[in-house]
Ligand binder design. Structure first.
Ligand SMILES: Cc1cc2nc3c(=O)[nH]c(=O)nc-3n(C[C@H](O)[C@H](O)[C@H](O)COP(=O)(O)OP(=O)(O)OC[C@H]3O[C@@H](n4cnc5c(N)ncnc54)[C@H](O)[C@@H]3O)c2cc1C
Length: 591
């Protein structure tokens, strides 16, 4: 692959050509076959057992995980030498999408394959990989990740779990308590984060659940993902052999954060599978249920809902596979520079910190929107536990809380993007200052003739200018401490997220047209999304500007952002109807 892609966050200042992004329509035969074998597994072993799974019987979930291991699905990110069949990051994300339609199973699977296994794969030495990863890859062992404590949630480094070197220097004696541990009830191995003696920074350890002193609590009673085991785990003088420290002493916090980058990316892919499933369930219901003598799917209000659901899902999917290729390119580059296999992978993933936070927040909120409208389309039946959409509604909610809450991830979007710019990785503040100094002369550079995609690219360029102006105003007003003004940071974050999603959708539709010829429905989707984006950009920029400045300056900035977000109107009603009609004809989400 040619390395033409951008660094993390650089999309704020640079444009990408459509030919350089990956779109999901480009998955090759092998990738489609892998996805299909995951689908077959889900249809045979997971979907028929959803009610049983949600009763929370620990052995059942463990058995299904083991079965997926026998089929090789747990080893998709693991090299052959450790019993895996490592695939590209793109393929891993495709698998995560398919598994995402598996409700509680999806949470158990992703926890095991991601945060439960990959810290050992990426940061473990050969002995640790041979002893643990080779069995985690097949499902012989099931993994968990133990970071959160009663007093340490979002502030993960503040945990009190402690590891003290034994007098003979052979063990760390582990004491403490973890909570909210996914797969807690049946895991065999745990990656546990604890501070060694009086260290300020966490270290990481591999702990086996059957060691003396490890006490696993009962399953929590939760709002959703009821089949996913979530427990507290207590460590009472647990003797952890020194060779089970993962990475170096004090490296645990970095390991924990880097693994969360992976978790966020994968969550971003999971929610696509869940979203497509709910859209399909909703359109099928609307195609069967009659009221006032007509099918629900014939009503404009229902078509509008279906179309909005599909548009959001399509946009998110465009962004997910765009960044997945960026990650693959970077991993290949790191490998070619001689980096250890595991390091190349995790550093390639962690580099895209801006994008993974965007996709975690946007994706989880997209899914919440879709399941909420899905329940609404089902009416009273949407409130009945008989329907999958009821489960989908409850199960979706956790995505905004774990892998870093959406509040924390919104802060990370802005912090990561501006830090990189401040470090000189790309020039955000130079062009921003120039724009700000020419605030009275801002135009939208509309050409006399422009093609459909020229126009969309102009909009995207203009949205970037709005973001530059707003970021510049915030940093001018509050200086380096602007991250403390969280209300404004939230506006900046929403601006950046919306831009990334809109640009990814433009690039996908443009590339697809180049490959397959014109597709009016895809253009409808794009028109609807960009139309919404312009309003979201205008609102967030204006809200931020009036929180930052006042009087004439605020008026001038608002005038500029108005010019830059003043896009051509579209007939939304017709576009919603066309998008919905495709869903209705297909009787499923098939874009
Ligand atoms: C079902 C489930 C499964 C989980 N699985 C695991 C697991 O396998 N392993 C694991 O280690 N953990 C796991 N977690 C824990 C999860 O990651 C935490 O719940 C999450 O990080 C939030 O921490 P908290 O619950 O302590 O909330 P808090 O940190 O107390 O946050 C409460 C609220 O305050 C906000 N907030 C906090 N700090 C700030 C700030 N600086 N600025 C603005 N707002 C802020 C938060 O966004 C949130 O809205 C799981 C949790 C659940 C519910």
């Amino acid at each position: 692959m040619e390395n033409v892609n951008l660094k993390s966050g650089e999309f704020l200042v640079k444009d990408v050509e459509a030919k350089n992004i990956f779109i999901p329509e480009e998955f090759n035969e092998e990738q489609r076959m892998i996805a299909q074998s995951c689908r077959d597994f889900m249809e045979a072993d997971v979907l028929p057992k959803l009610d049983e799974i949600d009763k929370g019987e620990r052995q059942l979930m463990k058995d299904i995980l083991k079965k997926s291991g026998e089929l090789g699905l747990l080893g998709i990110a693991i090299p052959e030498q450790y019993n895996g069949f490592e695939q590209s990051f793109l393929t891993q994300m495709l698998v995560a999408e398919v598994i995402g339609a598996g409700y509680s199973f999806s949470v158990a699977f992703m926890c095991h394959c991601g945060i439960g296994t990959m810290p050992i794969m990426y940061y473990g030495n050969d002995d640790q990989r041979n002893k643990y990863v080779a069995k985690l890859a097949t499902g012989e062992l099931i993994g968990a990740y133990c970071l959160t404590e009663p007093g340490a949630g979002s502030d993960a480094n503040s945990g009190k779990t402690n590891a003290k070197l034994s007098e003979d220097g052979k063990y760390y004696i582990l004491n403490g308590q973890k909570m909210w541990i996914t797969n807690g009830g049946f895991c065999d191995t745990q990656v546990v984060f604890a501070k060694v003696e009086n260290d300020r920074i966490l270290s990481a350890f591999i702990v086996e659940s059957n060691w003396p002193g490890v006490v696993i609590g009962p399953d929590e009673h939760k709002m959703g993902i009821k089949g996913s085991s979530t427990t507290q785990i207590y460590y009472n003088d647990v003797k952890v052999p020194v060779e089970n420290m993962l990475g170096k002493r004090g490296e645990g916090f970095r390991i924990a954060l880097n693994i969360l980058h992976l978790g966020r990316m994968k969550l971003g892919a999971n929610v696509i599978g869940a979203a497509k499933q709910t859209i399909t369930d909703s359109v099928r219901y609307a195609n069967e249920r009659k009221q006032f003598g007509s099918l629900l799917s014939s009503f404009g209000a229902i078509k509008q809902k279906l179309a909005k659901m599909a548009v959001k899902c399509y946009a998110h999917e465009s962004a997910i596979y765009r960044v997945s290729q960026d990650v693959d390119i970077l991993i290949d580059k790191y490998k070619s520079e001689g980096k250890d296999h595991g390091m190349a992978a995790i550093e390639g993933i962690a580099h895209y910190a801006v994008e993974d936070a965007i996709l975690k927040v946007w994706g989880s909120e997209m899914l919440d929107f879709i399941v909420d409208e899905g329940v609404q389309i089902h009416g009273g039946m949407g409130y009945s536990a008989e329907m999958n959409v009821e489960r989908a509604y409850r199960d979706s909610r956790i995505n905004r809380i774990f892998e870093g809450t959406n509040e924390i991830n919104r802060l990370l979007v802005v912090e990561a993007a501006t830090k990189r710019a401040m470090k000189g990785e790309y020039d955000l503040f130079g062009p921003a200052e120039e724009l700000y100094n020419n605030i009275n002369n801002i135009t939208d550079d509309k050409k006399a003739y422009e093609s459909y995609f020229d126009k969309k690219r102009r909009y995207i360029k203009n949205f970037k200018k709005v973001i530059m102006l707003t970021v510049y105003s915030a940093t001018q007003k509050f200086g380096r401490k602007f991250m403390r003004e969280q209300e404004v940071v939230n506006n900046l974050s929403d601006l950046i997220m919306e831009l990334y999603l809109a640009e990814s959708t433009v690039l996908r539709v443009e590339k697809l047209e180049g490959l397959n010829g014109e597709n009016p429905i895809n253009k409808d989707i794009l028109d609807v999304f960009v139309n919404d984006t312009a309003f979201v950009i205008f609102k967030n920029a204006k809200d931020a500007i009036y929180s930052i400045t006042e009087g004439e300056e605020a008026e001038k900035l608002t005038e500029a952002i108005k010019t830059l977000t003043d896009i051509e109107g579209v007939n939304l009603m017709n576009k919603y109807r066309r998008i919905a009609d495709k869903l209705i004809d297909d009787n499923e989400y098939k874009f």
